[in-house]
Design a protein around this ligand. Structure first.
Ligand SMILES: Nc1ncnc2c1ncn2[C@@H]1O[C@H](COP(=O)(O)OP(=O)(O)OP(=O)(O)O)[C@@H](O)[C@H]1O
Ligand SMILES: [Mg+2]
Length: 271
């Protein structure tokens, strides 16, 4: 994926991302590192136009420029997202939540029918890979935070993505659980050859799990390299500067799945 001078200016005039040009490579775990308000979510969401860039363009290998007709839809279908609050539906089971990952592959009318057997098998297989086969039929609100995030990973896998985008996937977990979840995510992405772009604000986790770190401060890329190259001066550039206006919590509560969750629930219940 190649970004050519991609910038985001929000309607209120705030620059979420100053024009950035970079290439993201297959088979790499890239971590977007920076303090609150640095622009991590903006950059991550720009990658599949959940936030539309106000300048520049993105091209995806095998698809081409995202502006081309049909390109964004194809790109989104092959891109799985993992969220901080995992966006699971509490009253559905782990298995049902994972099956939702399959919906991306079907046209809207198809979702009126039950999931084919092969989708159910795939969903169970994905739960097994995150160590939760025995909880497949548990309601998600009966699972711990770490388990819920593993269901979120299983749902992403069920989409059989060519790219994983994860926005602060461990922000609401304790340090030991965070490490376990990231380790799992990394090992699965490596095993399947799926590149992942993960935003994190914790330096230690970034160092441990990234192949490449992109450091952000005030909406600008201030570091781009392997973890071992990250020096004190870079950290000062990332963390040392004031991060601008207090960041807005509303941005976090937006529902970012392509379809509203309530629609998905209705579809689920119609089965
Ligand atoms: N919808 C929006 N409208 C206006 N400004 C926004 C919007 N979303 C984010 N911003 C601003 O853009 C800048 C970058 O925000 P962004 O959410 O990308 O940061 P972040 O690095 O993800 O922060 P955090 O770690 O808190 O999630 C901030 O100044 C923020 O206030
Ligand atoms: Mg964010």
């Amino acid at each position: 994926m190649t970004l050519d001078s991609v910038g985001v200016r929000y309607p209120n005039g705030v620059v979420g991302l100053a024009p950035a040009s970079l290439s993201l490579f297959a088979d790499q775990i890239t971590v977007l590192l920076g303090p609150s308000g640095a622009g991590k979510s903006t950059l991550l969401r720009a990658l599949n136009h959940l936030v539309r860039p106000t300048e520049g363009g993105i091209a995806v290998s095998g698809i081409g420029p995202l502006e081309a007709r049909g390109a964004l839809r194809r790109h989104r279908r092959q891109t799985a997202m993992i969220f901080q609050q995992h966006q699971l539906i509490a009253r559905l089971t782990a298995l049902q939540n994972v099956l939702i990952g399959r919906l991306a592959h079907y046209p809207a009318w198809r979702t009126l029918f039950p999931f084919p057997e092969r989708d159910r098998r795939l969903a169970l297989d994905c739960l097994a890979r995150v160590g939760l086969l025995d909880r497949a039929l548990s309601r998600c609100d009966m699972l711990s935070g770490g388990q819920q995030q593993r269901v979120g990973i299983a749902r992403a896998l069920a989409q059989q993505p060519r790219l994983v985008l994860a926005d602060e996937p461990v922000a609401s977990l304790d340090p030991a659980t965070s490490r376990r979840v990231l380790k799992l995510l990394r090992s699965i992405c490596k095993a399947d050859g799926i590149p992942a772009i993960i935003s994190l604000h914790q330096l230690e986790l970034a160092r441990e799990f990234a192949d490449r770190i992109i450091g952000l401060a005030d909406g600008a890329i201030v570091f781009d390299g392997v973890p071992s190259e990250l020096a004190a001066a870079d950290l000062e550039r990332i963390y040392g500067e004031p991060t601008g206006p207090a960041h807005q919590d509303e941005a976090e509560t937006e529902v970012l799945t392509p379809k509203p969750l309530e629609t998905l629930v209705e579809e689920m219940e119609a089965r």
